[in-house]
Design a protein around this ligand. Structure first.
Ligand code: PEP
Ligand code: MG
Length: 325
């Protein structure tokens, strides 16, 4: 089966009725880029840069980061690469930068909140990303945004970094695309507002599901309650995707749910334009995509939106899968 999957690596990611869904890859390290290319991904939809900061004794310098981002951009030969700024806190720690102990780290000092508080770290990273943008199709994405204010603040740091580089005569893409992850319920609810301020949005279902359901994604005692098929989640996904469409900007998904084969009819039915998936599962999703019909998925989603429980939703999805076989 693996070998036959490899055969579809270079096939265009179109449904039977010719809807295009870009299949991008999530990477934690640039070492994965070879596999990204081998599996025919149209780009990198999420580069989790925190791994560059982990497993070492000090912060990576601007130069070090620039080299990594530049190399990645060049290797991808014009395909997009979405570089997500540092997302530590929550479950991810840096040994050399101890954060105060918190009772609720997932609700605490995390991601963009740290970046906006530690502008020294943030500016170093933004300058490195901007410099790399001269060498390929680099985009920047801010994690765990909750308000319009945060987006505006992050963008003003970006503008400041551009001025600094310009003053030094360092080249960069002045029109670099800016995006944010939608992974906090507040952001999902005001996605229409946030959409007016960015070039793209990407739904981080891993965090969005934990925050919508108030179920810690790391807590094994309640793992059975972590259910991406809860009707509240599905309704919220629709809100975000519709907001993106109205604003005329692309919306993607970069959480694990993007790579869950079962969820594919939901994405197709909601009209998603991009799925960013771990390199390991990308071709399995593509296999199902190639034999799916987007119009059928649209009517399925109409029925899913009427469901009252996750069991009802999962049952409908299972029936669809059986019909396909
Ligand atoms: C997410 O929250 O869905 C996501 C993609 O980010 P991470 O898993 O790195 O928190
Ligand atoms: Mg997240």
């Amino acid at each position: 089966f693996k070998e036959s999957l490899q055969e579809i690596a270079d096939v265009a990611p179109l449904t039977l009725d010719k809807s295009l869904v870009n299949l991008h890859a999530n990477i934690n390290s640039v070492m994965e880029i070879d596999q990204v290319l081998r599996n025919g991904a149209s780009g990198v939809g999420l580069f989790r840069t925190e791994y560059l900061y982990m497993d070492r004794d000090s912060l990576p310098s601007e130069e070090e980061q620039f080299e990594v981002y530049r190399h990645a951009a060049i290797q991808l030969k014009g395909r997009p690469i979405v570089i997500r700024t540092l997302d530590i806190g929550g479950d991810k720690k840096l040994d050399y930068m101890p954060l105060a102990k918190e009772d609720n780290p997932f609700l605490g000092y995390r991601a963009i909140r740290i970046s906006l508080d530690r502008s020294d770290l943030f500016m170093t990273q933004i300058r490195a990303i901007l410099r790399a943008s001269h060498f390929g199709n680099v985009k920047i994405m801010y994690p765990m945004v909750t308000s319009l204010d945060e987006v505006r603040q992050a963008k003003s740091y970006l503008e400041r970094a551009k001025l600094e580089l310009s003053a030094l005569g360092v080249p960069y893409n002045a029109n670099i695309e800016v995006g944010l992850t939608i992974e906090v319920p507040a952001a999902a609810i005001i996605a229409d507002v946030l959409a007016s301020e960015v070039n793209f949005m990407s739904i981080g279902t891993n965090d969005l599901v934990q925050y919508v359901l108030a179920v810690d994604r790391m807590n094994e005692n309640i793992a059975h309650l972590y259910n991406p098929y809860h009707p509240a989640v599905i309704r919220l996904l629709k809100t975000v995707i519709d907001a993106g469409k109205r604003a005329g900007i692309p919306v993607g998904v970069c959480g694990e749910m993007a790579g869950d084969i079962r969820a594919l009819p939901i994405w197709l039915g909601l009209g998603i334009e991009e799925l960013s998936i771990s390199v390991q599962t990308l071709l399995q999703v593509k296999h199902r995509l190639l034999s799916s019909d987007a119009a059928t998925c649209k009517s399925l989603v109409d029925r899913i939106l009427l469901c009252r429980t996750s069991d009802e939703i999962i049952e409908l999805l299972a029936q669809t899968e059986q019909l396909e076989q």
